[in-house]
Design a protein around this ligand. Structure first.
Ligand SMILES: Nc1ncnc2c1ncn2[C@@H]1O[C@H](COP(=O)(O)OP(=O)(O)OP(=O)(O)O)[C@@H](O)[C@H]1O
Ligand SMILES: [Mg+2]
Length: 350
């Protein structure tokens, strides 16, 4: 990923941006970064899709930074955060007196982004009445400010993002199909964090270092229990949720050790599902609870699988059955990351 930081023009004086470099080397993320490198130098519209917190804004910045427009404006507008009646003037601007309350002339985001990049976040929230106007500016690169007949020409590269399913919205008549096809020139789908769990240790380490700097702390040890809990959480809020949980753990940490902030959530229901799952394998509630149970048992026993005190015996499984389950669930011992120790790992067995 160091190479990528170079592509993003991260200078040593840009500490905050260096912090926010793109962490991870899973195949899923590598494929995303490859697409970023391919599309960045073109002027094509990019549509970034992904669940909340998967890094859509980070990728939008990366596209701009790796494009020839780097150094020009990167203008952002969150279409979901602006009241509908103000959105049109935010996009295209208005002349003085264009509507009640328009006491002065206002430049819209398209004009601000001239020669640069416009990032339209939550583009699925653009109301139907505005969609034809957006389509026109994308096709013709021209528009009028509200209350003016004068046409403005702009040179804007559009990067749009959404966590909504635009195809479904088109089918339901909530999103114009012609606008959808205009946006869908180069779609980039960001994987959910649970689909690239191998990136979690590096992300945790990255956020620990970041918060060490921001909070003036010196957390330098991550217990296996904490790393395992991070590794197997389902992460509905993706990387933002991970970042927030590391922050919480950093606030709680003492003696340089990162506690498990998920600890309180892992309570009775998982244990119940474990017992049920031993009695009735077909009634296992979810891979998640199986994983949690197996991980917890492995951690408690220092990652010893076989033998009378091993995890297999504790779970009432044959050693080979447990090893097969671990393979199927992708469970392996967490690997220590550079500069930060993962403590409490036994060397045997796994
Ligand atoms: N690969 C990554 N490496 C490091 N930090 C990341 C990575 N991906 C995301 N982040 C961080 O996670 C947080 C969420 O990312 P971002 O805001 O880009 O997500 P998003 O998809 O736009 O979320 P939302 O849909 O909620 O707007 C940010 O603080 C971002 O810097
Ligand atoms: Mg976002």
């Amino acid at each position: 990923m160091e190479d990528y930081a170079t592509v993003m023009n991260l200078g040593p004086d840009q500490a905050e941006r260096t912090f926010e470099r793109i962490i991870g080397n899973s195949a899923a993320l590598e494929s995303v970064l490859e697409q970023v490198e391919q599309v960045a130098p073109t002027d094509s519209t990019v549509l970034i899709e992904g669940e909340t917190g998967t890094g859509k804004e980070l990728i939008a910045h990366a596209i701009h930074n790796a494009s020839q427009r780097y150094g020009r404006a990167f203008i952002k507008l969150n279409c979901a955060a602006i009241p509908l009646d103000l959105l049109e003037s935010e996009l295209f601007g208005h002349e003085k007196g264009a509507f009640t309350g328009a006491i002065a002339q206002k430049i819209g985001r398209f004009e601000m982004a001239d020669k640069g990049t416009l990032f339209l976040d939550e583009v699925g929230d653009i109301p139907p009445a505005l969609q034809p106007k957006l389509l026109r500016v994308l096709q013709e690169q021209e528009f009028e400010r509200l209350g003016s007949g004068r046409t403005h020409k702009v040179d804007v590269r559009l990067v749009a993002a959404t966590n909504r399913n635009l195809v479904k919205m088109v089918a339901r008549g909530q999103f114009r199909s012609d606008l959808y096809y205009r946006l869908d020139v180069f779609p980039i789908l960001l994987p959910a964090l649970r689909e690239r769990r191998e990136d979690i240790p590096a992300l945790v380490t990255h956020f620990v270092k970041m918060f060490n700097r921001r909070m003036g702390k010196q957390v330098d040890s991550i217990p296996t229990e904490t790393m395992c809990a991070f590794q197997w959480h389902s992460w509905p809020g993706n990387i933002r949720e991970l970042q927030n949980l590391v922050e919480r753990a950093m606030i709680l940490s003492r003696d340089g050790i990162l506690p498990n902030p998920l600890h309180k959530r892992r309570t009775a229901p998982i244990i119940v599902s474990l017992q049920q799952s031993q009695a009735l394998p077909s009634s296992m509630t979810s891979e998640e609870s199986d994983r949690a149970l197996i991980m917890e048992t492995l951690e408690q026993g220092g990652w010893v699988v076989g033998g009378p005190r091993g995890a297999a015996a504790k779970l009432g499984l044959k050693r080979t059955t447990l090893l097969a389950k671990m393979r199927r669930l992708g469970i392996s011992r967490p690997i220590p990351q550079d500069g930060i120790d993962v403590i409490g790992i036994a060397r045997e067995d796994v």
